[in-house]
Design a protein around this ligand. Structure first.
Ligand SMILES: NC(=O)c1ccc[n+]([C@@H]2O[C@H](COP(=O)([O-])OP(=O)(O)OC[C@H]3O[C@@H](n4cnc5c(N)ncnc54)[C@H](O)[C@@H]3O)[C@@H](O)[C@H]2O)c1
Length: 394
């Protein structure tokens, strides 16, 4: 069969645009032509474009008009307007996590500590509904770039669930490291909250996904979240926090530690931790405790390779593993970090969907349930852990 050609464009020219571009280059099921990039910071867009020999578009509309697939690699506050504009033009969208959220009341002195979480939940869900509506009215699909869903360990777990009909009793997991590189990340008004949404969305979405798979296999319909209890803290803001320079602590108004406990429709549970206060590199894992097996999905670090290096400087030009503070001593050096993270696999699936209409595992319904669970968790955290119902979507 002749491979179809799909033209794509990126909105945003930073960290995630870079790994999206690299993952697109590995797509083999379709011919993907990256046409160009647009970003609010056009100097950034021009530098990104020049390095990759693509066009830098001055306007979003111009980029959308010239492509079939739009990648949304902006901070979360811009995910909805960019995605809706692309869907309105019948283009496919690959939207980074989190899908959308609540981005304050527009005032200059907005501070998350003073925000009403009931309002945050209501407005986040209204945003989700606008995006669902935009997809319904479009010939394009919204593909939710939740790479955890496509990581090889989570996909192997999907196979186990499908072939054994397992019942998941408890999932627990974590995404943590010592703080995001992004300037925007310090402000809840740009990211829709702090670590609970920014990092918590990854293990949470993977847990929601696996319960969807379990339900799909057994009863032909997903098992959805029913209620949450959560805590959120700003540990680097406590008066006695002692900064030794290893953990980022210049945030404006975000939580840097969170725990969400989810109860599903079938009364089974998941517990998800997310934090910015953990040294030793990125820590991304999910453990599945089922009635017929138990799986430890170590996304990062894992032991595919381990290195011992007696002198830090010897590994100066060698990438080892994300966000590790030192290259000296033993390390879980990753031979192909993007592969274990699921970036090339998600791009392959998304371009097969765009080119041939193949189904996708990480779609709007999963993204919508993830946002709904997250903002119910913020309501719970504001009530110091009281249980809050979750509105489930698809
Ligand atoms: N899946 C993952 O592993 C992963 C990792 C990092 C970031 N992300 C997500 O990717 C998204 C972007 O994060 P990043 O780290 O790439 O940020 P970044 O700060 O590195 O880059 C953001 C880019 O967006 C542009 N931008 C900002 N507002 C815009 C607007 N309104 N319109 C057009 N362009 C705009 C900026 O000019 C910049 O080029 C976030 O949603 C983040 O959560 C995902």
């Amino acid at each position: 069969m002749q491979k179809k050609t799909v033209r794509s464009g990126l909105v945003g020219a930073g960290f995630s645009a870079t790994f999206h571009f690299e993952a697109i280059e590995k797509v083999y099921g379709a011919n993907v032509e990256v046409i160009g990039v647009h970003a609010k910071d056009m100097d950034m867009a021009r530098a990104f474009a020049q390095k990759r020999e693509i066009q830098a578009f001055e306007s979003l509309d111009e980029l959308i008009a010239n492509v079939d697939v739009v990648h949304v690699n902006t901070p979360p506050y811009a995910h909805e307007p960019v995605s809706v504009a692309a869907l309105a033009a019948d283009k496919h969208v690959i939207c980074e996590k989190p899908l959308t959220g609540y981005f304050g009341d527009g005032s200059d002195d907005f501070h998350w500590d003073n925000a009403d979480m009931e309002v945050a939940l209501e407005q986040a869900l209204t945003s989700v509904e606008r995006m669902l509506e935009a997809e319904r009215n479009s010939k394009g699909r919204l593909m939710y770039a939740e790479n955890w869903v496509y990581s090889p360990a989570i996909q192997k777990e999907r196979e186990i669930l499908e072939k054994t009909g397992a019942q998941i009793l408890w999932i627990h997991g974590e995404e943590a490291h010592s703080g995001s590189h992004s300037v925007d990340y310090a402000y809840a008004a740009r990211c829709g909250g702090g670590v609970l949404i920014g990092k918590g969305c990854h293990p949470l979405s993977a847990a929601l996904y696996l319960k969807r798979v379990e339900g799909r296999v057994r009863d032909g319909k997903p098992i959805r979240p029913k209620a949450v209890s959560a805590r959120a803290h700003a540990i680097t803001k406590v008066p006695d926090f002692r900064d030794e320079g290893h953990i980022r602590c210049d945030y404006y108004d975000i939580d840097d530690f969170s725990m969400i406990h989810i109860v599903f429709e079938d009364d089974t549970i998941a517990t998800v931790f997310a934090s910015d206060i953990v040294l030793g590199g990125i820590h991304n894992w999910l453990e599945i405790c089922a009635n017929n097996h138990r799986s430890l999905c170590n996304i990062n670090p894992n032991t595919a390779m381990q290195t011992y290096n007696p002198v830090d400087a010897n590994f100066r030009d060698i990438y080892t593993v994300e966000k590790i503070e030192t290259k000296q001593g033993w390390a879980c050096t990753s031979p192909d970090e993007d592969f274990f993270t699921g970036y090339p696999q998600e791009m392959e699936a998304f371009y097969r969907c765009a080119a041939y209409g193949d189904s996708i595992e990480s779609d709007m319904n999963l993204a919508a349930d993830s946002i709904s669970t997250i903002y119910s968790a913020y309501v719970s955290a504001a009530r110091k852990g009281a249980e809050v119902p979750v509105k489930a979507y698809g």
